[in-house]
Ligand binder design. Structure first.
Ligand code: Q9C
Ligand code: ZN
Length: 344
């Protein structure tokens, strides 16, 4: 099976000089352009086809994200620099939800903490262009699967699953998978399966009350892992969405056997939901070699993951999320599609 791989060079414009993790300057950053380069090279070398994204306008983006946040992503950096902010825009002050009179600051140096929830997601001059291109990459992939392709691979960068309606963080600016899922949900019943090591708190939040989009995630237990504040098993959806959110947190050190067992459970829920299309938030940070995560998968496990996803026999949009063991990302991506092609 040859899979269209949607990608653009515009992702390179998001290339921050450093991030802050656990209060310490980290350079180079984990979420860097080479990630996409190695995946793209591996997939094209395997015979998959490169497809350029098409522009989709603001409609699908604003259906998911607060236009005011999008405006901040577009204009906030220049304001920050004009006010004397340094090259990497990282929040200085965060308004905790317990701060009852917190209001959105006018101050350019104060505004980042209103929208961005961590210190690991710096913005630079080209970040918006990259984030915007990643949304178009996901939407172009969505068009391909809606149009009859059995699968498409949206090589999104920056990633997306930590971004919610009006916040961003966790290396994510716009939630590419959620924008694609919302767009596809106009015509089809959608399931999102998230195999990134981290819980996709943004995606969960965006569909938490929605009965028509299932979210199922296998991830590092937030009792030990980022994003810490969401991703627990008792988060099952709310109101009409109750039962359409499924979290499978797993402990540090989880290997392939336990991981694939949890994936089988998640895919059983997906099967019973009877979706017409599948969106996969595909992160490779469950690899043992990943520098920021604690699972112990080898690249071979992605063949098994792909195979299990393929057994659902649904048109499937793969959306790139995380994965930071750069030297293994190409192999993991190739094996995912190889397993998927074995089908159901
Ligand atoms: N010093 C994704 O995989 N915290 N995001 C890193 C390490 C942020 C991961 C802390 C992790 C975000 C898409
Ligand atoms: Zn991740």
């Amino acid at each position: 099976m040859t899979v269209p791989v949607v990608a653009t060079e515009l992702h390179r414009r998001h290339d921050p000089p450093h991030e802050v993790g656990f209060g310490t300057v980290v350079t180079p950053v984990h979420e860097r352009p080479e990630r996409i380069d190695v995946i793209q090279a591996a997939l094209l070398a395997t015979g998959h086809d490169l497809v350029a994204p098409t522009r989709h306008g603001d409609g699908p983006l604003h259906a998911v994200h607060d236009p005011e946040m999008v405006r901040f992503l577009r204009r906030g950096y220049d304001r920050w620099r004009a006010a004397g902010g340094p090259e990497a825009m990282i929040p200085d002050t965060f308004p905790l939800p317990r701060w009852t009179t917190a209001r959105r600051p006018d101050a350019a140096l104060g505004e980042p903490g209103w929208w961005c929830f961590d210190t690991a997601t710096p913005l630079v001059a080209g970040s918006y262009a990259a984030a915007r291109s990643a949304v178009d990459v996901a939407l172009t992939g969505a068009d391909l699967v809606a149009g009859g392709a059995p699968a498409a691979y949206a090589l999104c960068r920056p990633p997306g699953h930590h971004a919610g309606r009006d916040y961003f963080g966790g290396f994510c600016l716009c939630n590419n998978a959620a924008v694609a899922a919302r767009y596809l949900a106009a015509d089809a019943r959608i399931a999102i399966v998230d195999v990134d090591f981290h819980h996709g708190n943004g995606t969960q939040d965006l569909f938490y009350r929605d009965p028509d989009v299932l979210y199922a995630s296998i991830h590092g237990d937030p009792a030990h892992a980022f994003p810490y504040f969401a991703g627990f098993a008792d988060e099952v959806g709310e109101g009409p969405g109750r039962g359409a959110n499924h979290n499978l947190p797993l402990p540090p050190g989880t290997g392939a056997a336990a991981y694939l067992g949890a994936l089988d459970q998640a895919l059983d829920v997906v099967y019973r939901f009877a979706p017409e299309l599948l969106v996969v938030s595909l992160g490779f940070d469950a690899l043992a070699a990943d520098p920021i995560a604690t699972f112990r998968l080898t690249p071979d496990a992605y063949h098994d993951i792909g195979h299990r996803l393929g057994q659902l026999a649904l048109p499937t949009l793969f959306v790139q999320e995380g994965g930071y063991a750069v030297h293994l990302l190409g192999e993991a991506a190739r094996l995912t599609l190889e397993g998927f092609a074995l089908g159901g």
